[in-house]
Design a protein around this ligand. Structure first.
Ligand code: HEC
Ligand code: HEC
Length: 274
């Protein structure tokens, strides 16, 4: 018969698998075949690429309350959920659960502006953003991330679409709160940092207390002190010049290393805004 159509109801989550003529659907279902499955279905030809997972159409969750991180996922069905992608691409090892905490001097990335996140990931992958050498490893600071996301042959292990999905998702995660306060950071030091932040007009672009930046710029409140200090030094000294970093130069040029430590300490202790 020319038009054999076998419709299988696998019973697994009501997933219907439609098999048309043998050649047209190479897609291989990963679902366990139900016990009642007729034996007619030929095994799909082995393909080099694993078939994309069957698109799970998640019902769009509308209630903004009950904010589980997943609820913030984009409504359109994607090949892999953002959260899963975040685990699979090993971001979690360095940036912590949902983009907050983990390795001490590595940045919290939860709640940053989506376009900023996207740009930084791309610049790190392309090598435009490297940073000064890390004292521990001797390699430029962004090298560890690049090493995780780029093969030895220089091929990115992450696609542009995946970067977009991750950026959108991360931008909706709650910002880190309560960064650990180092013993060296005194109440007086925090006040000195606050005064320097005001005097240096950092708020022009990063908002009051570094909490409400201009669109596309990073917030600073609640970020890790060690990371903030490294970036300030790198931007001041010209080791970080990607993106719009250069427009900051006139504001940081005159800051001493001690000034930078004070500002970074202060900002790390500011309660992060929404
Ligand atoms: C091996 C550790 C490591 C892994 C894995 C890693 N990163 Fe990073 N990431 C870093 C480090 C270190 C920096 C800061 C580099 C610097 O100091 O200049 C960074 C910076 C960033 C920034 C810029 C933050 C800012 O405030 O400018 C973003 C965004 C980011 N990472 C996202 C990701 C995402 C998304 C993944 C997974 C796809 C990922 N990273 C995987 C270590 C890592
Ligand atoms: C004219 C606008 C402007 C001013 C003023 C400014 N910044 Fe920035 N700052 C930026 C932009 C834009 C970036 C992101 C650069 C990029 O595109 O990579 C940035 C990045 C940073 C970063 C790195 C953040 C991260 O997540 O990696 C730190 C830290 C920072 N600024 C601190 C300061 C401090 C402290 C001051 C005041 C001394 C200041 N900035 C003044 C525009 C500004």
């Amino acid at each position: 018969m020319p038009f054999i159509k076998t419709v299988l109801f696998t019973g697994v989550a009501g997933l219907a698998l439609i098999s048309c003529s043998p050649s047209s659907t190479p897609a291989k279902s990963t679902a366990k075949p139900a016990a009642t499955a007729p034996a007619k279905v030929e095994p799909a030809p082995a393909k080099a690429e694993p078939a994309p997972e069957p698109a799970k159409v998640e019902p769009a969750k509308v209630e903004p309350a009950a904010a589980t991180p997943e609820a913030a996922a984009p409504a359109a069905p994607r090949p892999m959920s953002a959260k899963r992608l975040y685990l699979r691409r090993t971001c979690i090892a360095c940036h912590g659960r949902n983009g907050a905490h983990a390795i001490q001097q590595y940045p919290n990335i939860a709640g940053l502006d989506a376009s900023y996140i996207k740009k930084q990931i791309k610049d790190i992958i392309s090598g435009k953003r490297q940073g000064s050498p890390d004292k521990l490893t001797g390699h430029p600071r962004a090298e560890s991330m690049r090493g995780a996301l780029v093969t030895a042959d220089g091929e990115a292990r992450i696609s542009d679409d995946e970067i977009q999905v991750l950026a959108d998702w991360l931008s909706k995660q709650p910002r880190a709160q309560n960064e650990a306060r180092s013993e060296a950071l005194t109440d007086e030091g925090i006040l000195v940092g606050k005064a320097l932040f005001e005097k240096s007009r950092c708020r022009t672009c990063h908002g009051a207390e570094g909490n409400k930046p201009l669109k596309g710029y990073p917030h600073l409140a609640g970020q890790k002190a060690a990371y903030l200090a490294e970036q300030l030094r790198d931007i001041r000294d010209g080791a970080r010049t990607n993106g719009r970093a250069r427009i900051m130069l006139p504001f940081v040029r005159k800051l001493s290393d001690d000034d930078i430590l004070a500002i970074a300490g202060y900002l790390s202790q500011v309660q992060a805004g929404e």
